[in-house]
Design a protein around this ligand. Structure first.
Ligand code: PRP
Ligand code: URA
Length: 210
């Protein structure tokens, strides 16, 4: 696997992803699991946030210790399904800003169609964490990355739950500077662009539509 792809092998994440895949998991459980997995992923995704030294007065003396150095983050979910990953990430970094990109896949062409974009105005100074549970053909991810770059973003990570091999290859090919974080890499897509075995339609399962 390409070295800018990070696959989470933590047992808690693997266990929760198995529950997500189960077709009998309810929307309520699906939302809770997505949020929990996102928070666990956030721990690794934020690993390289820079620190600075500070002095803190403890009840016993002075401690030379470290705090986050003010580097700014933006979480950007791809609507709709990416919304399910925001809360978990914000639990770890409550001061992060949240942008939104609205894209849906045309069911005939499988091409992404844009309908909304609202990003923090200082996006070019932020580390952007793009959120979407599924990386299938990667059309949506590539479009979202292109969009964010057009708005000036220079540092982008893409975080998903399940990626297809094909999706990873395409995102890497079109945006080799974007790190990909996922909990599972599945073999293939079916003839309507769904990841197999995947977990089905993430937006529908999160929001109980269909
Ligand atoms: C899903 C998913 C991704 C996209 C992945 O969204 O959340 O955004 O498909 O597929 P791709 O890699 O082939 O582009 P969908 O288009 O179903 O929209 P929704 O979130 O509004 O349901
Ligand atoms: N979008 C989804 O929600 N699921 C897939 O498997 C592929 C695209």
């Amino acid at each position: 696997m390409n070295n800018n792809v990070f696959v989470f092998d933590h047992p808690l994440i693997q266990h929760k992803v198995s529950l997500l895949r189960d077709k009998n998991t309810s929307s309520k459980e699906f939302r809770e699991l997505t949020s929990e997995i996102s928070m666990l992923m956030g721990y690794e995704v934020t690993r390289d946030i820079p620190l600075k030294e500070v002095e803190i007065e403890t009840p016993v003396g002075l401690a030379k210790t470290k705090v986050i150095s003010g580097k700014k983050l933006a979480f950007v979910p791809i609507l709709r399904a990416g919304l399910g990953m925001v809360e978990g990430m914000l639990k770890l970094v409550p001061m992060a800003r949240v942008g939104h990109i609205g894209l849906y896949r045309d069911h005939e062409t499988l091409e992404p169609v844009e309908y909304y974009c609202k990003l923090p105005p200082d996006i070019s100074e932020r580390d952007v964490v793009l959120l979407d549970p599924m990386l299938a053909t990667a059309g949506s991810a590539c479009d979202a990355v292109k969009f964010i770059k057009q708005h000036g973003a220079k540092s982008i990570k893409f975080v998903c739950l399940i990626a297809s091999k094909q999706g990873i290859e395409r995102l890497n090919r079109e945006h080799h500077d974007v790190g990909i974080y996922c909990a599972a890499v599945d073999e293939k897509l079916n003839d309507i662009g769904y990841i197999v075995p995947g977990l089905g339609d993430a937006g529908d399962r999160l929001f109980g539509t269909k």
